[in-house]
Design a protein around this ligand. Structure first.
Ligand SMILES: NC(=O)c1ccc[n+]([C@@H]2O[C@H](COP(=O)([O-])OP(=O)(O)OC[C@H]3O[C@@H](n4cnc5c(N)ncnc54)[C@H](OP(=O)(O)O)[C@@H]3O)[C@@H](O)[C@H]2O)c1
Length: 203
């Protein structure tokens, strides 16, 4: 397993923790908002791995001040899209050749229910929500372009992370539940879907 992070200190620490628990993990430096960094990471991985079975696009941001659609700056929206929407697209593009060498390649985009259009919006974090709506669009486009791959979007629920905060309703393990299933046991034919709790949800 390769743990991608832009901070080598945090990435190495996460990889070390997996190794301490008996897993195999190495750190891979990657800033998903930077094309050069993503290309370099894909080249580095290609030097040490013959193929890649699963890519989890997990990195995401909510920018301070993302409070009201009529007040946010273009820059705030652009920065959010750069990481949350372009990030998964450029990482998938860069790693697709290595994924294509797997027998059953899988791409998992960590999205959010806040990007769902089915029930309208409640005004919370508009730039973030728009970036996740767009990520869902990227997901179905990638699924169409990569028929051998399983490409899906997941809402992890409200999770107790730095982003979710300590009052969130789900543990990290609960948040990872559907992501781990899609990475391991989900049918390869399941593709182009948006899921929560291992079930399809409306876009
Ligand atoms: N927590 C929730 O309740 C919740 C709900 C729905 C969806 N999600 C989604 O779940 C995913 C994980 O979120 P989280 O809750 O774990 O958030 P988090 O605690 O804020 O962690 C986000 C991670 O993304 C990394 N990251 C941000 N920008 C990056 C970049 N340009 N390149 C590489 N890494 C970058 C951060 O690294 P640094 O440490 O370097 O900043 C951090 O490790 C996100 O996509 C989020 O939108 C979360």
């Amino acid at each position: 397993m390769f743990v991608g992070a832009r901070s080598s200190k945090a990435g190495r620490k996460a990889a070390d923790e997996i190794v301490k628990k008996g897993g195999k993990a190495s750190f891979l430096e990657i800033d998903v908002s930077d094309n050069n960094s993503v290309t370099t990471a894909a080249n580095e991985l290609a030097k040490v791995a013959k193929n890649l079975d699963v890519l989890v696009n997990n990195a995401g941001i909510i920018v301070d001040g993302d409070d009201a659609i009529l007040k946010i700056s273009d820059e705030l929206l652009r920065d959010t899209l750069e990481t949350n929407t372009f990030g998964p697209l450029r990482v998938t593009r860069a790693f697709a050749p290595l994924l294509a060498k797997s027998k059953a390649p899988r791409v998992i985009n960590v999205s959010s229910g806040s990007g769902q259009l089915a029930d309208g919006a409640d005004g919370w974090a508009p730039a973030y929500s728009i970036s996740k709506t767009a990520l869902n669009g990227v997901t179905v486009q990638l699924a169409a372009a990569l028929p051998k791959f399983a490409v899906n979007a997941v809402c992890p629920g409200w999770v107790r992370t730095d982003m979710g905060g300590s009052h969130a309703t789900r543990s990290v393990g609960e948040g990872a539940y559907t992501i781990v299933w899609l990475a391991t046991d989900a049918p390869q034919q399941l593709t182009g879907k948006f899921l929560r709790d291992r079930k399809e949800i409306p876009w």
